[in-house]
Design a protein around this ligand. Structure first.
Ligand code: DGL
Length: 371
């Protein structure tokens, strides 16, 4: 080999050695990097509802074999009740607590909240709309209790911890993890009273899955979430009363009147199809409008969207713009908001949160269109 050929080889070898020297400490550093920190907040539900007494946050934390491979876990007991027993003031307190934990620990990767499954979608969506941080809040439950053969609570909780610890879970809103699936709190609903695969995101599909090797995402949520959220519940002490009333043939308007007279600030009206109401409820609706109570229309079909009136094509029925309409009907329109694609239960959560910020009809409609 000539001297001119040897020189580049030597230079390349020297460079390689230099690179290896630089990378070695980095690799060592990575090997020693501490595991992500995850905080676990237990609220109760079937996941903890053992015969003879409920499992505590500490017991649940110890129920996950191998958790130490994924995260450093801390825990707290928020409450220990069935999900449907959680009060609205507890919702506020829970959201404030989650925001506070995030604010006080910048090194935290995410938070896991356990909940009963019956109303889990409501609590999760409330957190989705009120936690303003890019880090994930992951709501987890189980369909079988710890005294049952096939209890899946520890597996779901471990998957929830893995999702909360994973950087890919940031900026995806609040997440619901059960049965190896990750769903957005915005879209998910309990679709079956008993089956393990009950949590479905209607036609939208799941965001991702928790597989043996890793957490995998396939979809992203496009509506406003995380730091894009405009609601600040830190000073809110009470959520406004919002009731859900259904449209069905021959339904009476009395229930609407009763809700109004008992202090409802809003009513979600679970309409038939794309907006049909029962004529027998008209009087009740006019009464609500006369008292300044907002009516949000949301389809009772389980999927589909109710569009704001101005976006309906002329002649499609259900009331396009019409300055000729009688004053009572005009007033009703001033207090009616289209619930977009939210189910009645989710529309209620949006309205409760939105009313903490504004009572302007157009603003409320904008909020429904953006969240
Ligand atoms: N199904 C449970 C829930 O959603 C209730 C069981 C319980 O914790 O008592 O909360």
């Amino acid at each position: 080999m000539t001297a001119t050929r040897v020189r580049p080889v030597l230079v390349a070898a020297a460079l390689l050695c230099l690179l290896a020297g630089l990378l070695q400490p980095l690799a060592a550093q990575r090997a020693q990097a501490p595991l992500p920190k995850v905080h676990f907040v237990a609220t109760g539900g079937t996941i903890s509802n053992k015969e003879g007494g409920r499992l505590t946050a500490e017991e649940l934390s110890k129920s996950m074999p191998g958790v130490e491979r994924y995260a450093r876990l801390t825990h707290e007991q928020f409450t220990n009740v069935a999900s449907s027993e959680l009060t609205l003031s507890q919702w506020l307190a829970l959201s404030k607590r989650v925001n506070e934990v995030f604010a006080s620990d910048k090194a935290l990767a995410g938070i896991v909240v356990t909940s009963g499954t019956d109303t889990l979608e409501e609590t999760a969506f409330f957190l989705h709309l009120t936690v303003r941080d890019p880090r994930p809040v992951v709501v987890v439950g189980s369909m079988r209790n710890p005294s049952t053969v096939g209890y899946e609570g520890a597996a779901n909780l471990l998957e929830g911890v893995r999702v909360a610890a994973d950087p890919a879970s940031r900026n995806k809103g609040a997440l619901v993890v059960l049965n190896d699936e990750i769903n957005s709190a915005r879209n998910v609903t309990k679709s079956d009273a008993l089956r393990l695969q009950t949590f479905r995101s209607r036609d939208y599909g799941q965001l991702g899955v928790v597989d043996r090797d890793r957490v995998v995402y396939f979809n992203q949520i496009v509506q406003r979430h995380n730091e894009q959220i405009e609601f600040d519940i830190s000073k809110v002490t009470e959520l406004p009363r919002v009731d859900v009333i259904m449209v069905y043939q021959g339904a009476s308007g009395d229930l609407i009147k009763a809700a109004v007279d008992n202090g409802a600030k809003g009513i979600v009206f679970a309409v038939a199809g794309a907006g049909a109401t029962s004529g027998t409820q008209n009087e009740g609706l006019a009464y609500a409008a006369s008292k300044g109570v907002f009516i949000v229309t949301s389809t009772r079909t389980g999927s589909g969207r109710i569009a704001p009136p101005q976006q309906r094509p002329e002649g499609s029925g259900g009331g396009g713009g019409n300055s000729q309409m009688p004053p009572e009907q005009q007033r009703r329109r001033q207090f009616t908001i289209a619930g977009e694609d939210h189910t009645p239960i989710k529309a209620r959560v949006v309205l409760m949160v939105a009313l903490t910020k504004t009572t302007n009809r157009n603003e409320l409609q904008r909020i429904f269109s953006e969240y």
